[in-house]
Design a protein around this ligand. Structure first.
Ligand code: 5GP
Ligand code: MN
Length: 328
């Protein structure tokens, strides 16, 4: 991500008086942190900002400043500028994504390997820990010092997407940005407590169910857990309560790929994929209509669960074989 691209993005953003900012469906801390942090920064400049999210804010993220101002309906007339965050394609915004393209200008700020779909201006750094880190750099380019609220939003996004500053996307620049956000008023302990230690009992029971029903393939190089819809209702858990379960599967030594499959109320199967780096799971997910990063990706496939699981296992093997063939 060149200084020139950042300057060009700031120039375009500074010109806009009315802005709509959107992030992806099933939002996580990075989607909402980058959205809400940028929204506050632009409001501080006098812009009118609409915060848009197709899906509701999960309870554990409602502490983020401005979370209660997110609307799930697009306005009848779009502002001149739309900014899309943390999406590797416009369709990640949700069913209304095509309507956003009617805006005079669309800027997509991201940390995925991403290409332009329909003439958007792309500001992406696949090496950045998070969309929130990219927003932090944009604010620097715009010379907007983060308020404590802005710092809290961006810090939360960085903390989550970097795996608490432990994944391979964590760089010295990530840590420096995080430190500057703490200087600006973000609270590391309070944020970590909100993100990781504010679970409901149902969430922990769901984790317990998933961990006690592990499956394995290929001598344990692939581990998976598949949660049927009935388990959610029995435990009293919500769809969003699966957040973080996959990290426990990936923690098993010697695995290559971990998969969490959850059956939705509509009979679809939501899939989370994690890799230790030997298999590119972004490619696996992309082959099934999803996407993501090489070590963390996801997709939604048709049910029922056992068929979805067989399909995923086959796709992982195929990707592993393709990569092995390339290395030869
Ligand atoms: P998670 O497993 O936490 O839901 O998703 C991990 C990462 O994969 C996300 O940060 C996002 O980059 C990507 N991802 C997850 N699901 C999808 C999907 O359905 N489509 C696309 N394009 N990316 C996804
Ligand atoms: Mn992200």
């Amino acid at each position: 991500l060149s200084p020139k691209t950042l300057r060009e993005a700031s120039r375009r953003i500074e010109l806009a008086r009315r802005v709509l900012i959107a992030a992806h469906i099933q939002p996580d801390a990075d989607a909402l942190g980058s959205l809400l942090g940028l929204a506050l920064a632009l409001e501080g400049r006098g812009a009118r900002v609409i915060r848009y999210g197709a899906d509701p804010v999960p309870p554990y993220l409602q502490f983020l400043p401005g979370a209660n101002r997110i609307v799930s309906q697009l306005p009848p007339r779009l502002p001149e500028l739309v900014i899309v965050l943390d999406c590797d394609g416009m369709d990640r915004v949700g069913p209304q994504w095509e309507r956003l393209l009617a805006a005079r200008e669309v800027i997509r700020l991201d940390h995925h390997v991403t290409g332009e779909d329909r003439g958007e201006f792309i500001v992406a750094d696949p090496a950045a820990s998070s969309a929130s880190e990219v927003v932090g750099r944009l604010l620097r380019a715009m010379k907007i010092p983060p308020t404590p609220e802005i710092a809290t939003c961006l810090y939360a996004g960085m903390l989550m997407d970097s795996g608490r500053f432990g994944y391979s996307n964590t760089t010295a620049a990530t840590l420096r940005m995080a430190a500057s956000l703490v200087d600006a008023g973000a609270d590391p302990w309070r944020t970590a407590r909100r993100l990781y230690e504010a679970k409901t009992e149902a969430q922990v029971r769901l984790l317990g169910w998933a961990l006690s029903h592990l499956g394995r393939e290929d001598e344990g190089r692939i581990v998976w857990s598949a949660v049927p819809q009935g388990v959610f209702s029995r435990i009293g858990a919500q769809k969003a309560d699966t957040e973080g379960i996959i990290d426990h599967l990936r923690a098993i030594q010697d695995i290559e790929v971990a998969m969490l499959l959850t059956e939705t109320a509509e009979g679809q199967v939501r899939v989370s994929l994690r890799s230790r780096g030997t298999v590119d799971v972004a490619a696996v997910a992309a082959a099934l209509g999803g996407g993501g990063h090489a070590q963390a990706a996801g997709c939604t496939v048709p049910g029922p669960l056992p068929a979805a699981r067989r399909r995923l296992v086959a796709a992982v093997r195929q990707q592993r074989d393709a990569q092995t063939a390339l290395r030869r």
